[in-house]
Write a protein that binds this ligand. Structure first.
Ligand SMILES: *[C@@H]1O[C@H](CO)[C@@H](O)[C@H](O)[C@H]1NC(C)=O
Ligand SMILES: *[C@@H]1O[C@H](CO)[C@@H](O)[C@H](O)[C@H]1NC(C)=O
Ligand SMILES: *[C@@H]1O[C@H](CO)[C@@H](O)[C@H](O)[C@H]1NC(C)=O
Ligand SMILES: *[C@@H]1O[C@H](CO)[C@@H](O)[C@H](O)[C@H]1NC(C)=O
Ligand SMILES: *[C@@H]1O[C@H](CO)[C@@H](O)[C@H](O)[C@H]1NC(C)=O
Ligand SMILES: *[C@@H]1O[C@H](CO)[C@@H](O)[C@H](O)[C@H]1NC(C)=O
Ligand SMILES: *[C@@H]1O[C@H](CO)[C@@H](O)[C@H](O)[C@H]1NC(C)=O
Ligand SMILES: *[C@@H]1O[C@H](CO)[C@@H](O)[C@H](O)[C@H]1NC(C)=O
Ligand SMILES: *[C@@H]1O[C@H](CO)[C@@H](O)[C@H](O)[C@H]1NC(C)=O
Ligand SMILES: *[C@@H]1O[C@H](CO)[C@@H](O)[C@H](O)[C@H]1NC(C)=O
Ligand SMILES: *[C@@H]1O[C@H](CO)[C@@H](O)[C@H](O)[C@H]1NC(C)=O
Ligand SMILES: *[C@@H]1O[C@H](CO)[C@@H](O)[C@H](O)[C@H]1NC(C)=O
Length: 712
């Protein structure tokens, strides 16, 4: 949760694909050379030659292709590979004992013939943050590399079952296979734990297990770090794991079917530093003894089912940097206790002066802006969204000079946005939407937080006042949402927004044309544009093609747009322009949009025949053309494998028969053909469509018998 959550808020995964297409790609293939003698250095060289190097496969910004610099200088210097970047040899015998190739831009497959398995003296192997192209993990890891104490294959695009042979690596103290596309059976997990008696760090986050946590983990007495986030775990979490004497990190976030509860933390020397049970089915009371976890610096108990009575002993956890109690409101069916999360019940938070991240989203917190926040001067991330906070934004927020993220959306805050809010120099993310804030906001105020990239002011009672004489010192926003802000024109500072990915200005009072300066700066960056429910009439200069080259989502519904439909770029996923005055025909170029999911052209003045290729796009899910003046026949919809769920062609002048290809619309749920000029025998065969839930054929020229639903 927490820090990462802004991402999901504004970049859909699909759009991300296009982002990464834009990303720099360095592609450098190394040609193959045959080496004679297989000593460890030539094994390393052959290892190198089995990969391509591609910058974009490693997430670390400092990643570089280490291995590309490996060369053998002169013949016969058998040990010179010990000086290569990432290679470590032992001093006595010159064997390669360590290989640190994390974030090395490696791209390609590893199979059991890889020369890596000739490095039988390896003790430490780190291949994390590379791209092994969905390779299975070869069982030879377990057979050949028996000296390994450290094995890290995380974030490296491996797939398939983790081979049972891994449990032969009985010297392992670290095993990290998290964040791949891997699976592990419960039996293999058990034998891993049973055999790896020295294991300290067991990191298997995102490995699919779909089983309960084996009890035997309770015996892993050396364990310091157990990370099993998002593994599909179920059953009850073995409570004994909390009592492991050396445990410092426990992370089982995102296993929504995992039940469990907290024990009494009675040991005085508990070493626990990170405790994350977010988004699980943990429940019960939080024990007061949780205040004895003096080393704790991360506590995430968000979106669980704990009884929302918070022990004030939490105020003793003064080392805490990160506290997330979001969704902590799921009061069991018993309302005698009344409101459990309030200023009073949370006053202990004021003692946690080392907090840099605090999330109390959706806690049903009611009352004035919580004053305990004023003491948290180290705060960088503050999320108080979706509560019942009333009154004004207090002026002491000024003291929170480290704030980078301030989410106050979905409360009942009133009054003006204090000018001083914009003096928080480090602010990057600001969300004040869905409150009752009022008054004018002058946009020049936003020139202060130079790092601001995410701004939402939607759904308040604000009137944005656009200062026209702006210098270019306005921050470069990536996400801007000003829905229902009483805007009467496009804010002129958009002229300088050359990094904008997301722009939402719907439900304002913007009239006239979309000026060129609005779209000129964002041609290459913009992914999502929503200008719906305004009074727009068109684009300056009437471009035939939409100006944005990477746009995924366009919503121009409910305006007064005229002329012919602007042609979207190949990247488009959603194209919604219903309730305008568009006229003319649908260009056949709409058929070539391979990513198009939603095409909504309803309630316009479009005419002509529908392009016959229109039903060909295999990605199309929703096709809405109702209430136009289309004539001619319906195209061959669903000729091949397709995704169509909803088709509305009603209120047109379409003729002819229901295309028989529609028998292949196996996912179709909604079909509306009413008020057209169809002439056909009653299409009883549509009744055989397995997903169909709504069908309207009225006001057409269908005839014959309403027969049984038999497939064609
Ligand atoms: C293993 O990978 C190499 C390339 O790295 C390839 O030449 C070889 O055919 C593969 N072997 C098997 C059994 O797939
Ligand atoms: C062999 O490697 C060693 C250590 O890197 C170096 O000192 C020596 O000059 C090299 N000899 C040759 C012939 O390259
Ligand atoms: C990755 O795997 C795909 C499919 O198996 C294959 O076509 C492609 O060549 C592989 N890429 C590399 C760099 O090995
Ligand atoms: C446990 O490790 C030993 C080597 O230490 C190995 O012989 C044995 O097969 C392993 N057991 C399992 C279940 O992998
Ligand atoms: C949780 O359990 C339900 C019912 O067994 C199952 O449908 C669902 O997929 C499970 N969810 C996860 C995340 O494992
Ligand atoms: C905090 O710790 C002190 C000393 O360790 C203890 O006396 C006190 O009761 C604790 N406070 C709470 C609220 O648990
Ligand atoms: C909750 O409390 C209110 C007032 O105290 C009462 O009217 C209501 O019936 C209670 N609801 C339940 C489910 O007990
Ligand atoms: C919070 O800050 C106020 C004012 O600075 C101070 O009086 C109070 O003692 C602080 N509370 C805690 C628990 O530190
Ligand atoms: C804010 O900071 C000022 C000056 O540093 C201090 O006087 C004031 O007490 C602080 N306010 C709060 C509520 O902590
Ligand atoms: C919207 O702005 C106009 C002036 O531009 C103003 O007259 C009107 O009161 C504003 N509406 C609201 C709800 O603030
Ligand atoms: C469009 O952008 C270019 C380059 O960013 C700039 O030079 C030009 O003045 C802009 N034109 C308009 C009309 O804003
Ligand atoms: C249904 O699709 C298959 C290919 O997926 C095609 O061969 C067949 O002709 C289609 N049926 C109709 C009625 O178009």
């Amino acid at each position: 949760m927490g820090m990462e959550s802004w991402r999901s808020k504004f970049i859909s995964l699909r759009c991300f694909i296009f982002l990464s297409l834009i990303a720099t790609q360095c592609f450098l293939f190394v040609h193959t050379r045959t080496l004679g003698q297989v000593d460890e250095c030539s094994a390393l060289l052959q290892f190198k030659e089995s990969f391509a190097f591609k910058k974009s496969v490693s997430a670390d910004p400092l990643a570089y292709p280490k291995v590309s610099f490996w060369t053998r200088e002169g013949d016969g210097n058998r040990s010179n590979c010990c000086s290569w970047d990432g290679v470590e040899c032992d001093e006595d015998f010159g064997h390669v004992v360590g290989l640190d190739l994390r974030s090395s831009c490696l791209y390609g497959s590893i199979n059991s013939s890889n020369t890596l398995f000739l490095l039988v003296h390896l003790q430490r192997l780190d291949l994390s943050d590379n791209h092994f192209n969905f390779s299975q993990i070869p069982s030879r890891f377990g057979h050949e590399l028996s000296s390994l104490t450290y094995l890290n294959l995380s974030y490296s695009v491996f797939s398939g079952q983790i081979p049972s042979e891994i449990s032969k690596l009985s010297k392992l103290s670290t095993l990290d296979m998290s964040h791949n596309d891997l699976k592990l059976t419960k039996a293999n997990m058990r034998s891993l734990v049973q055999n790896l008696t020295a294991i300290k760090q067991l990191h298997l986050s995102q490995v699919e297990m779909y089983s309960s946590v084996p009890d035997i983990l309770v015996n892993a007495s050396s364990l310091t770090s157990l990370q099993l986030a998002s593994c599909g775990l179920n059953g009850e979490f073995p409570i004994g794991i909390f009592h492991l004497p050396n445990l410092e990190v426990l992370d089982v976030e995102g296993n929504s079917n995992l039940t469990g509860y907290f024990p009494n933390f009675n040991r005085s020397n508990n070493l626990l530093k990170k405790l994350n049970v977010a988004s699980t089915n943990f429940s019960g009371m939080l024990p007061a003894s949780i205040g004895k976890l003096h080393s704790l610096n991360l506590l995430d108990i968000s979106w669980c089912h704990f009884y929302p009575l918070v022990p004030s002993s939490l105020g003793n956890l003064t080392q805490l940097n990160y506290l997330d109690m979001s969704g902590f409101n799921d009061v069991p069916n018993n309302n005698s206790t009344g409101q459990l999360v309030s200023e009073y019940s949370l006053s202990w938070i004021a003692s946690l002066t080392n907090l840099y991240s605090l999330s109390l989203e959706s806690t049903k917190f009611r009352g004035k802006f919580p004053s305990f926040v004023a003491n948290l001067t180290q705060l960088s991330f503050l999320e108080l969204g979706d509560n019942e906070i009333t009154g004004q934004i207090p002026s002491w927020h000024m003291n929170l000079t480290q704030l980078t993220t301030l989410y106050l959306w979905g409360n009942n805050l009133q009054g003006a946005i204090p000018r001083s809010l914009f003096q928080l120099k480090n602010l990057e993310f600001l969300d004040l939407s869905n409150n009752s804030l009022s008054g004018q906001v002058e946009f020049d105020q936003f020139s202060q937080p130079q790092k601001l990239k995410y701004l939402r002011l939607s759904y308040n009672k604000l009137s944005l006042q656009i200062i026209t004489n702006l210098s270019a010192t306005i921050p470069q926003l990536q996400y801007l949402e000003l829905i229902s802000c009483n805007l009467t024109e496009f804010p002129e500072f958009l002229k300088y927004q050359s990094k904008l990915l997301y722009l939402q200005l719907s439900d304002n009072n913007i009239h006239g044309r979309i000026p060129k300066w609005v779209w000129n700066a964002t041609r290459e960056t913009l992914l999502t544009l929503n200008l719906s429910s305004n009074f727009l009439t068109g684009f300056d200069q009437n471009p035939i093609n939409l100006p944005w080259q990477n746009l995924c989502s366009l919503d121009l519904r409910t305006n007064m747009l005229q002329g012919s439909l602007p042609i979207p770029p190949q990247s488009i996923i959603n194209y919604l322009v219903s309730s305008n005055n568009y006229s003319g025909e649908i260009s056949p170029s709409f058929c070539n949009l391979n990513h198009l999911h939603i095409l909504d052209l309803s309630n316009n003045s479009l005419s002509g025949m529908l392009p016959q290729c229109l039903g060909n796009s295999s990605a199309l899910e929703i096709l809405m053309l109702m209430n136009n003046s289309f004539h001619g026949s319906i195209p061959q919809i669903c000729p091949v494998e397709n995704s169509l769920k909803m088709v509305d062609l009603s209120y047109n002048q379409l003729q002819g028969k229901v295309p028989r290809s529609m028998a292949n619309c196996t996912r179709l749920e909604f079909l509306n053909l009413r008020n057209n000029h169809m002439r056909d025998i009653f299409p009883s065969w549509l009744g055989a469509l397995p997903a169909l839930q709504f069908l309207s054929l009225r006001s057409n020229g269908f005839h014959g018998m309403i027969g049984k639903c038999v497939a064609l």
